[in-house]
Unconditional design. Structure first.
Ligand SMILES: *Cc1c(COP(=O)(O)O)cnc(C)c1O
Ligand code: SF4
Length: 447
């Protein structure tokens, strides 16, 4: 039996209440305190007590996952902050510096806020993104926070209060109406933040209507969550844990597929008794758990980590799903792994696991045109190239049409790649521009 744990959050103002931090050399602790003012910081008692190995800080990957460090700031930003703090600037002025740094960190990568918002009767459906034909993303307004914040999160700007939660749908029926009128949609993916931060009563408001008449075309309900890593007690001992599991059972009994899209960055996250019990319990409802993660410098940039993670997952009944490339935002310079290296990590890990783990795809970039996987390298007519492939395309017809880019050892994203064989552009570019222009006009008309 797992004993009940009460969720306790620690934020910037509570740093002094985490005594283990005093084990850090003074300069590192100073850097941590600077970085925690710039990047959103939140951690809970489970992560502090059960995940982090305090004998191995700051190198412990679980520590790096949640604690901002001085090195996550670029040098010039570090010195700006250091100066501001040492000169004891009034809070308002320090805030100004913090905001300038944040705007320097590409807070809204890849047109996140604007490109994929759908329309219904000529009006924007807030809190919904519809990019790939079959799958609609929903951002419940009360699910836009997490049980801890990841230092590398590409949605960090939202937690830093830089967006007006434009995404977040209110409890209104708009997204349901939208789904009702889009029969091509088979999948609804609830995301955030972390939707599992919501109490069961809130969750029901979103999930239960999809089980009723008019939504027969919705075959798969997915919930994107890091709760198994950050708060497994969500499924074990929280006051509404029992009801959460009953809700999952109800969805499965209705005949739909319920997929928990878990976010695991390292095998350490599924080593604790609580995490394992949470996985067992969720699976006992009939829900499937799939897993995804970006490849991250300082956290999981080794084939061994991935290999072990996939094997452990398969053993626990979790299906490896995606390896992502980290987006260019926030502390990107700290976490970035070049595409060529990510490919090697993937290849090396993939070649050492059985077919049950080879459900995983990647490394993949969630970019403006679509999810693009780096499938491998090849030498064609004497030119070394990356072989790329759309796993998802803004136009679904782009999928599974391998294309080529010049091999580039340092590139970390699509926009740094050039078409191979001296071609001027990639095959999808003209059409992509047309689609984006069309969307922009539509959105302007919708106001
Ligand atoms: C990844 C993603 C999806 C889901 O794609 P699958 O390949 O079906 O998992 C849907 N919408 C957006 C915007 C995505 O980035
Ligand atoms: S749990 Fe997900 S959304 Fe929340 S901070 Fe981590 S990566 Fe970001």
């Amino acid at each position: 039996m797992i004993a009940k744990k009460e969720l306790k959050f620690f934020t910037l103002k509570d740093l002094d209440r985490i005594p283990e931090l005093s084990k850090l050399p003074e300069e590192e602790l100073f850097g941590l305190k600077l970085a925690a003012k710039v990047f959103p910081f939140r951690v809970n008692n489970y992560v502090l007590e059960e995940l982090i190995d305090w004998t191995n800080i700051p190198d412990d990957p679980m520590f790096r996952l949640v604690f901002p460090m001085g090195e996550m700031l670029e040098t010039q930003h570090y010195y700006l902050m250091k100066q501001g703090v040492e000169e004891e600037l009034p809070p308002k002025e320090l805030k100004k510096i913090i905001n300038e740094i944040r705007y320097d960190l590409n807070p809204h990568p890849d047109g996140q806020l604007t490109h994929n918002v759908p329309l219904l009767d000529g009006e924007i459906v807030r809190g919904v993104q519809h990019k790939y034909r079959e799958t609609v993303l929903v951002f419940p307004s009360s699910g836009q926070t997490c049980h801890s914040y990841c230092t590398f999160c590409f949605r960090w700007a939202q937690f830093a209060g830089m967006t007006d939660l434009k995404f977040a749908t209110d409890e209104s029926k708009r997204f349901q109406e939208y789904l009702r009128s889009h029969k091509e949609v088979t999948d609804v993916l609830f995301t955030g933040g972390d939707p599992m931060i919501m109490k069961v009563q809130k969750l029901k408001i979103y999930l239960e209507p999809l089980l009723s008449e008019g939504f027969e075309h919705i075959q798969n309900i997915r919930i994107g969550t890091k709760s198994i890593s950050y708060w497994p007690y969500r499924y074990l001992t929280d006051d509404d844990s029992r009801e959460i599991l009953e809700l999952f059972e109800k969805i499965v009994k209705s005949g739909k597929h319920l997929a928990i899209m878990a976010h695991f960055n390292h095998w350490r996250e599924i080593e604790t008794e609580a995490a394992r019990e949470a996985i067992r319990t969720i699976r006992s409802t009939g829900a499937e758990i799939r897993s995804q993660s970006p490849v991250l410098r300082h956290i999981n940039d080794s084939a061994d980590v991935w290999q072990k993670m996939w094997k452990e997952q398969v053993k626990l009944g979790v299906v490896p799903y995606y390896m992502f490339i980290e987006r260019d935002t926030g502390a990107h310079h700290y976490f970035a792994v070049p595409l060529a290296e990510a490919l090697e990590i993937f290849r090396e890990a993939y070649s050492h696991v059985s077919g049950l783990s080879r459900t995983v795809r990647g490394p993949s970039m969630s970019s403006t045109p679509g999810k693009i996987a780096i499938e491998g390298t090849a030498t064609i007519n004497g030119e070394k190239v990356f072989v790329l492939n759309f796993l998802q395309g803004r136009n679904s017809d782009w999928v599974k049409r391998p294309f080529f880019a010049e091999y580039d050892e340092t590139a970390t994203w699509l926009d740094e790649l050039r078409p191979a064989f001296g071609e001027e552009k990639f095959f999808f570019e003209d059409e992509l521009n047309k689609i984006l222009r069309h969307k922009a006009i539509e959105e302007k008309l919708a106001g």
